[in-house]
Design a protein around this ligand. Structure first.
Ligand code: HEC
Length: 205
C-alpha cells in the first residue's frame, strides 16, 4: 500500500472543502442579511425571469438550426439574443436580467469580478463531478442582490460553442466577422457555459 498516495487522496476532499469555505467567506449567501421571505421572493422572480428568457431563446435557436444550420442560426442569435433578453427583463419590474459568461462571445456579456467568483466556484463543482449547481442569491452590497442560475452546454450548443477547429469554414468566417473578440468556443458537453443573472435593487426595510 502506497502511504503517500493514500494521504494525498484523503487530503483532496479536504482541500475542496477548504476552498469552498474560503470562497463562501468572500461571497456570503444573501440569507445572511436578507430575510427568508426576501430571499425566496428573489429566487422565485429570478427563476421565473430565466425560465421566460430560456422559453424565448430556445425554440428560436432550434428553429433557426433546423432551417439553416449553425451558419444561419448565428445571425439569428446575434439579432435575437440581446433584444429578447431586454424584452423579457422589462416584463419584470424589480429586476434587470442578463446572461453572463467567463468566456463571452458578445463582450457585453462578459462576467464582472463579482460574477466571476460564483462562476469559478461552479466550474470547480462541475469539474469535480460533485453536483449540478443550484441557483443562488448573493448580496453584492447593501442595496443590491444578484440571482444566478447556471447554464450548461447541451449537445446543440456545441455546434457553435464547441471545438472551433471542427466548425465548418463558413461558420468560422461568420464568427470572425460578427464576433472578432469571441472567446466562447472549446466547451465540452456539461461544461458551465455561463449563467442567467438577475440584479435586484433592495428596498430599505
Ligand atoms: C447557432 C450558433 C449558436 C448555438 C447553437 C448556440 N449559441 Fe450561444 N451564442 C451564440 C451567439 C452568436 C451568441 C452571442 C449573442 C449576442 O450577441 O448576444 C451566443 C451567446 C451565448 C451566451 C451569452 C454569453 C456570451 O458568450 O456572449 C450564452 C450563455 C450562450 N450563448 C449559451 C448557449 C447555450 C447554452 C447553447 C445551447 C443550448 C447555445 N448557446 C447554442 C451562438 C450560438
Amino acid at each position: 500500500m502506497n502511504t503517500s498516495r493514500l494521504i494525498l487522496t484523503s487530503l483532496i476532499p479536504l482541500a475542496g472543502i477548504l476552498m469552498m469555505s474560503s470562497c463562501s467567506k468572500e461571497q456570503k449567501p444573501a440569507s445572511a442579511q436578507l430575510s427568508e421571505t426576501q430571499k425566496s421572493e428573489i429566487l422565485d422572480q429570478g427563476n421565473k425571469a430565466s425560465a421566460a428568457l430560456f422559453g424565448e431563446l430556445s425554440p428560436k435557436l432550434k428553429a433557426a438550426m433546423q432551417s439553416g444550420g449553425p451558419e444561419k442560426a448565428i445571425t439569428v442569435c446575434k439579432e435575437v439574443a440581446q433584444t429578447s433578453t431586454l424584452e423579457v427583463s422589462n416584463t419584470f419590474s424589480e429586476l434587470k436580467l442578463t446572461r453572463v459568461s467567463l468566456k463571452s462571445r458578445n463582450p457585453d456579456n462578459q462576467a464582472d469580478d463579482f460574477d466571476q467568483k460564483i462562476l469559478r466556484q461552479w466550474e470547480n463543482v462541475i469539474t469535480e463531478g460533485k453536483h449540478f449547481p443550484e441557483p443562488v442569491v448573493l448580496l453584492k452590497d447593501d442595496t443590491t442582490a444578484i440571482y444566478y442560475k447556471p447554464i450548461l452546454a447541451d449537445p446543440i450548443c456545441l455546434n457553435c460553442h464547441g471545438d472551433a477547429s471542427q466548425f465548418p469554414v463558413e461558420l468560422r468566417n461568420k464568427l470572425n466577422e460578427l464576433y472578432p473578440e469571441d472567446q466562447a468556443t472549446g466547451y465540452k458537453l456539461g461544461d458551465l457555459r455561463g449563467a442567467f443573472r438577475a440584479e435586484f435593487k433592495l428596498k430599505s426595510q
